[in-house]
Design a protein around this ligand. Sequence first.
Ligand code: SF4
Length: 350
Amino acid sequence: MSSPAGNRTALPPLSGLPLEELTTALIPLPAYRARQIFKWISRGIADFTEMKNLPRSLREELAGRFTVYSSAVSAELPDPDGTVKLQIRLADGAKIEAVLLADGRERKTACLSTQAGCPAQCVFCKTGQLGFKRNLSSSEIVEQFLFLRRIESAISNIVVMGMGEPLLNLAELRRAVSVLTCREGLGLSPRRITVSTCGIAGGIRDLADNGPRVRLAVSLTAAEENLRGRLMPISVSNPLPALKDSLRYYQEKGGGRVTLEAALFAGINTHAGAASAMAAFAHGLDAAINLIPWNPVAGLEFEGVPLREPAAKEVQEFSRLLEKDGLTVTRRYRKGRSISGACGQLGSIQ
Ligand code: SF4
């Protein structure tokens, strides 16, 4: 796939500017010009010369001051199941990944990244083992969606579940969501955007207070404090009581139902005590549980022992125990495994 970014990375990109910011950036141009440019970018136009309703002199002037995109697609990996993973090169050479997910009901979902690498270091996640490089800008987040839309024009949903912890980059995510949901452009519904966090309590409160009103998923994985801390080191500074308080606060503020995600590993977090701890955590929350049998990633270990995906029977039994406690339980489809595009596998082609 060709690069719209070229080598003009020194110029500021316009792709990630919410309409109000774009209008300000283009002063003294009148606001209607900003709206025209915003619409072109939303349609995927990557070059000022293609913005046909702008005078040629203005197109030339804009090209001397700005770029449209800041990043470029460097590899496209399709999976036979319809999933497509893109590797994207950022202006500073960092690489990130974005994934187009196609589920059985023909719904197309874009899975976006918010950081290059991740500071959370969950032991079961390839991205977490890469270390943390930096937060992505709003442009770098929006461009992932625009690149995926070149492959599939009818993307209806977004999950912010790619590389990185979104709530540690909330300011830029907020700007990106503003661009993606603006009615003058792409006009996606915020309720079709799901942000998945590893459980940053302060970020959940910030989301509750200041929006955006997206759907929230929390990667819980284990509701026993000790086990969770060993699987997800960032939870030591976000202990379960603080996490649950933040989720209660989020729901009091009208945030709606949350999804509690649980990546399951054979013999580690599937025992009966793990199920009852998860049920106790969910008690009092409006929550559904989403079980994710772990997608194998070579070389990942838990305390010196290679992680293994759970047997179907193990998952069924865990699910049964949760349902016995009155919980709504779903199981995530497995998609994109052949291209390492499944949950926890991103970063495999660094
Ligand atoms: S699971 Fe998410 S939060 Fe944890 S290391 Fe991976 S990308 Fe970061």
